[in-house]
Design a binder for this molecule. Structure first.
Ligand code: ZN
Length: 376
């Protein structure tokens, strides 16, 4: 890994190296070491390419494909669950784009966001592009065949889209600038680009996600847009928890893009990376032979912490009905209410920066003599 994926600056030594296994965004373990590099020119963080990344997304990466209604929960308001794609569709529907716009969902899997956008704006003309054919059956139910593309994009689509949406894709790609250049070609003059990427400063575990080859900051997003000739309309860390939402446009009224938050972002990243190093040392110290351990959370953080435990846990506990009564890494996943009373240690496998506000110590199901450990 020699150069920054965004600004092409030569990179120094890695900031952090972790032994195998590494954890993916869908909480799988891969037999790889984890490396984090930081570009001090544009404040971009990055990890090495996955071996055969193209094959990985074509055949292995089946997010939201298991069932038709599977979606990641974004938040709950009272009794209402708001899913990630619903929130994305709401943000996109607030943008200004004309009636009967041609809208391309770029790398959106089943394109659920676009489907939900269509419910809010039934005048739009939907198109999809993916680097896999896995989703075709699902698309065929509502997207005309001529509006679907897999692996390559037809030349005649160039310069035709009023709006291109791309949710949680750019963090996975080896050459984000090439992808943004392609998007620029696809959008018509005056058209808009909307994309989302994780915000590693808000959710610092993202720095360790092995298939997130790019860990963007405001500065590196701006640098990437400058490289591809886009105008920046808005970059926000407030509209989507744990992520940046970005609106860019293709037109000639170029505005100056300022990179004034670069220094602050670089020092924050340095701090967050070194904090992870000390957290792992803490987890390794949980050396309690013959005690029963459960990890609360069978997602990314639970998996990450599992990898650093000397003695493997008896159970994972997780609120998600999609995970309950299954196994994760060969270990049973129970709903928290079913936590066995003989659990001695409960390790909280949530984002350390938010765990104490998410996890309630007053939960009635926590066994009486159980020690609850937060990873600070
Ligand atoms: Zn850079």
């Amino acid at each position: 890994m020699n150069n920054c994926r965004v600004c092409n600056e030569k990179l120094g030594k890695e900031e952090l190296k972790l032994a195998s296994p590494s954890v993916t965004s869908i909480s799988e373990n891969l037999n790889l070491e984890t490396y984090i590099y930081l570009c001090r020119n544009c404040a971009h963080c990055q990890s090495p390419d996955l071996p055969d990344v193209t094959e990985y997304y074509d055949n292995n990466y089946k997010i939201s494909l298991k069932t038709d209604d599977f979606d990641q929960l974004y938040e709950t308001k009272g009794d209402t669950s708001i899913f990630r794609t619903e929130h994305q569709a709401t943000l996109i529907s607030e943008l200004k784009f004309k009636k009967h716009s041609r809208v391309l969902d770029f790398g959106g899997g089943k394109a659920t966001t676009l489907k939900k956008l269509l419910k809010k704006r039934n005048d739009i003309n939907p198109f999809v592009f993916e680097v896999s054919r896995d989703y075709k059956e699902s698309w065929d139910k509502w997207i005309p065949e001529n509006n679907q593309a897999t692996y390559t994009i037809p030349e005649k689509w160039h310069n035709t889209f009023d709006l291109l949406i791309c949710n949680f894709v750019l963090e996975h790609v080896m050459r984000p600038t090439d992808i943004l250049n392609l998007m620029y070609k696809l959008i018509c003059p005056g058209g808009l680009l909307f994309f989302t990427v994780p915000n590693p400063l808000d959710n610092s575990g993202d720095l360790l996600v092995v298939d997130h080859l790019n860990k963007f900051t405001v500065s590196s997003i701006k640098q990437a847009l400058i490289n591809s000739d886009f105008n920046l309309e808005e970059v926000s860390d407030k509209k989507f928890r744990g992520a940046f939402t970005v609106v860019a446009s293709k037109n000639n009224n170029k505005k100056q893009i300022s990179l004034d938050c670069k220094k602050y972002e670089i020092s924050s990243l340095e701090r967050k990376i070194s904090k992870w190093d000390s957290r792992f040392e803490e987890i390794k110290k949980i050396d309690k032979k013959n005690l029963n351990i459960a990890i609360y959370g069978a997602g990314f953080y639970g998996t990450l912490f599992y990898n650093f435990l000397k003695h493997k846990p008896n159970f994972f506990l997780d609120k998600s009905i999609h995970l309950n009564n299954k196994t994760h890494l060969g270990i049973p996943v129970l709903s928290p209410e079913k936590c066995p009373q003989n659990i001695d240690i409960l390790l909280i496998g949530l984002n350390p920066e938010k765990a104490k506000s998410i996890f309630q110590l007053s939960n009635k199901w926590i066994p009486k003599n159980c020690k609850v450990i937060f990873v600070d």
